[in-house]
Design a protein around this ligand. Structure first.
Ligand code: CAA
Length: 258
């Protein structure tokens, strides 16, 4: 196994485990990560996920240049046969946190960009060096990065292929927080636990509205938001949220994801 998949209460933890290749994504890693993410999507007990890498050097050094890139080259006439990834094709409305424990380069940064929240260790370096290989980012980098950070910074990172450090990533809004390496997983778990305390169906609907909304007109986005809002009004969780807030004394809501 090259992806460790663990369930801790309501939190799923995905750890890419190929330290000999700085956690680069080969075909097997991609397959295992995809299968684990599908299980996470379909398991009603799991409400939030954390993706990280083994070791202190790398979150993920991108697509494996010795395995994945040759595989993709071989299939380049049939891009529909490219393996499914989190970055394209998998609709996943449960929230994901990237705990970036070192280099997040190329496909590695693109995995983090497909997450909703990014927490980086102080030693992290983030970038898309694909142009140095004569390629462009191929797992969503050209599309997600300019939607997440200002265009000129995205252009600097993508067109020059030079990585930036964790503090610069924080300054430009590419990561939510920078912490010492030893605090990375505890911090990511704390954030995941905080997300698991609020209404899970609401979190998923909010993520869906945010992501689908980026490719909609404002009018269509407002319509989508309205329909998701109406759906949530009919859930048990909404009743529970209002009850917990209005009861005397106030109490924490106990959400069921129903
Ligand atoms: N694929 C396969 N193996 C990789 C790898 C990758 N992307 N990145 C690193 N490795 C391997 C190295 O080949 C090396 O293996 P050996 O010990 O067997 O030689 C091992 O990991 C350690 O790497 P380095 O010796 O290079 O370690 P370093 O500390 O000197 O440098 C690094 C670290 C800066 C991350 C450097 O390894 C590097 O630049 N890696 C490549 C990053 C890259 O170009 N990523 C983009 C890939 S393309 C892509 O991702 C396309 C897409 O959008 C889908």
């Amino acid at each position: 196994m090259v992806v460790d998949y663990n369930k801790e209460g309501r939190i799923a933890i995905f750890t890419i485990n190929r330290p000999e290749a700085l956690n680069a994504i080969d075909v097997q890693t991609n397959q295992e990560l995809h299968e684990a993410l599908v299980d996470f999507r379909d398991d009603p007990e799991l409400w939030a996920g954390i993706i990280t890498g083994v070791g202190e050097k790398a979150f993920c050094a991108g697509a494996d240049v010795k395995d994945m890139l040759p595989f993709l080259k071989e299939h380049r006439d049939r891009p529909r046969d490219f393996p499914p990834t989190l970055m394209r094709g998998l609709e996943l409305w449960k929230p994901l946190i990237a705990a970036i424990n070192g280099a997040a380069l190329g496909g590695g940064l693109e995995i983090a960009l497909a997450c909703d929240i990014r927490i980086a260790s102080e030693n992290a370096r983030l970038g898309t060096p694909e142009v140095a290989l004569g390629l462009i980012p191929g797992w969503g980098g050209t599309q997600r990065l300019p939607r997440i950070i200002p265009w000129c910074k995205a252009a600097e990172i993508i067109l020059m292929g030079k990585p930036i450090d964790a503090q610069e990533a924080y300054r430009i809004g590419l990561v939510n927080k920078v912490v010492p390496l030893a605090e990375l997983m505890p911090t990511a778990k704390k954030w995941a636990e905080a997300i698991c305390e609020v209404g899970p169906l609401a979190v998923r609907a909010a993520k869906e509205a945010m992501i689908r909304g980026t490719s909609m007109t404002l009018e269509d986005g407002l319509r989508l938001e309205n329909s998701l809002f109406a759906y949530l009004l009919g859930t048990e969780d909404f009743n529970e949220g209002v009850k917990a807030l209005t009861e005397k004394p106030k109490r924490k809501p106990v959400f069921k994801g129903k």
